[in-house]
Design a protein around this ligand. Sequence first.
Ligand SMILES: Nc1ncnc2c1ncn2[C@@H]1O[C@H](COP(=O)(O)OP(=O)(O)OP(=O)(O)O)[C@@H](O)[C@H]1O
Length: 312
Amino acid sequence: MSVRVRNLVRTYRKGKGWRPRGEEVTALAGLTLDVPANEVHGLLGPNGAGKTTLCKILSTILLPTSGTAEVLGHDVVADAAEVRAHIGIVFGGERGLYGKLTARQTLRYWASLYKIPDARAKARADELLSRLGLDGKADDLVETFSRGMKQRVHLARGLVGDPKLILFDEPTTGMDPVAARDFRALIGELRDEGRTILITTHDMDEAEAVCDRVTLIDKGGVLATESPRGLAEMSGLHRWVEAETTLDVTAIPGVLHTETRNGVLRVKTTDDRSARAVLDFLLDRGVRSVRAVPPRLEDVYLDLIGRRGMEV
Ligand SMILES: Nc1ncnc2c1ncn2[C@@H]1O[C@H](COP(=O)(O)OP(=O)(O)OP(=O)(O)O)[C@@H](O)[C@H]1O
């Protein structure tokens, strides 16, 4: 097991400075989670659900209030140094980069923190710069980089220590669509190399595209852990029909909701029978490319957690 979390609790005290005892906030309320080796695992949940707190505890930045967490068999409190040696952390945003270093210097610096010998550190930096499409910019100062390029430096930095477990917190924030697509391909490569990946995201398409399994977190606890497809089936309440049409199907019994995206009509129906009725209605009128689809991860998420927290 790469990650083993049992009854993890973390509380914070609100209020700072002279106020000795502010109100207590529970970020994690007895969370239990297993992530097997070599899995890409998504953590989904609304703002404030506790995802970042969990990532911080797993990366030994934050101590739990109670409960246990093990990473690659090492306890995050008792064996923090061992844990740190085997993980890579990529938190979103621009935190933790020194603008006055070049991309290459950044990677060499981090390699020295991992105590990687010089020759190997140089080769590793070259390999990562090329892998993340930064070779042309390797010797430019990071402060001159765009947000997306900084994000790639973050990624490269997270991979310097050849980690067995990589924690990604909102990794595609600030990336353009091409960079985000490249990132998804990179995740696949990292898994093929035998690594385990834990990724927090608000991007349902991303989770669906890259994750073997996802865990829905709400109010510091686990709502469900499943494959994206399994979750979709679990929520099995609704069936969707998609078709390229402008026909109005709202009068058909069992149609709950319709929306059009990029010329594709999506119809949410109560069950298989009403989905069938919509399919028949459209096929009878000569509409092509009609298909019944299970709910997408985003629909399941909204179903289970509600609209709260989606307006990020
Ligand atoms: N340093 C802190 N001091 C006080 N409360 C905190 C602190 N950090 C987090 N919290 C609170 O703990 C709860 C969980 O926060 P956390 O950042 O783990 O959620 P999250 O799921 O990562 O949210 P987001 O999607 O917005 O990143 C929230 O109620 C938050 O306000």
